[in-house]
Design a protein around this ligand. Sequence first.
Ligand SMILES: O=C(O)CCC(=O)C(=O)O
Ligand SMILES: [Fe+2]
Length: 361
Amino acid sequence: MQPNRAVIVEGIANDWECFRRWIDRSVVPPKLDVPYLKQILPNVPVPIADCGKQHYNSHEKLDLPLFDFLQSWETGETNDSPESTRNRYYLKDWHLRSECPEYGFYRTPPLFASDWLNEFLLEQASDDYRFVYIGPKGTWTAFHADVFGSYSWSVNIFGRKRWYLLPAGEEQKLQNSLRSLPFSVTEQTLRDASVTFFTIEQEAGEAIFVPTGWYHQVMNVEDAISVNHNWFNGCNVGTIWCNLRDAMDDVRREIDDCREMDNFDEHCQVMLKASFGMDYTDFLTILLYVCDKRLASLKGGGVVKQIDDYVLGKKHVMFDIVTIRELLSETIEKGYFNSYPELNALAVNCLHQLRSSGLSL
Ligand SMILES: O=C(O)CCC(=O)C(=O)O
Ligand SMILES: [Fe+2]
């Protein structure tokens, strides 16, 4: 995570319930055990991307009852017709874990347990960034970088995906004159633009770690099922903060002609939240929450629980706190919260607590 490089980890899902039970491996080739899934999962509406239809820089979205999707998966035409919904409908970004909190169908791999985003959101009983993807052969995810510029890990429990992964910044070679990026790329278009990229074939049981800011496009080259999280932690929180500030600069530029209006700065935050998914208050709230929890534990308040009941070691606790201290002091020094005195006061107060904690950080 520190060098921000992509990694593949093998054999990561062997003891996951979904790896062992969702797939019927007694048949050749193995297939999704639809009767089992229908038995254990409720027939809830699930989010579907229609890979046959483009909507801005993504695919058109719809909701379907889970069992309808599974039915079409099982009985739908498996010919190559691009018309068939079996070939177009991609169940993705499904919050199965939060929809069925009792159903422990996987446990976050320990490598990815340091996750401030989901730690905070789950403890607030708020929306999380933990997803399930079920995609027939040929469905795909368009060229993108992840929300906030977060990390992603993605584990295949079935099938194979082909990833094109670009180190952060390489995507700039693909910008058009309006600075927009393409909806989709091919190896040829990447080579033509002299882009450095990796092509990775991800097999069942393998995790891919997608670093911060790395653009990617993903193709299900066979029927494929995966579990994925987006997150940030002490290694990339600085980059997330830079992305948030850049997004804020974009907003200010966009509505610069209104800067004389009342509440201009508050208005910018509303737009930031709408476009980026998070505003300054959200970001600072996560930071202070993470910091308080760790500080309390160092002062004798017990262990720091992570997602899926992992416990943070003491050095890791220190690392997180020091990272937050550095980030807050830079933010205050450079006056990034100057238009938001209440936020600035919260940041100053937290920094003061850290400095007067008596801990040698
Ligand atoms: O598997 C896919 O279709 C997309 C996954 C992805 O974009 C991610 O894990 O960040
Ligand atoms: Fe992604």
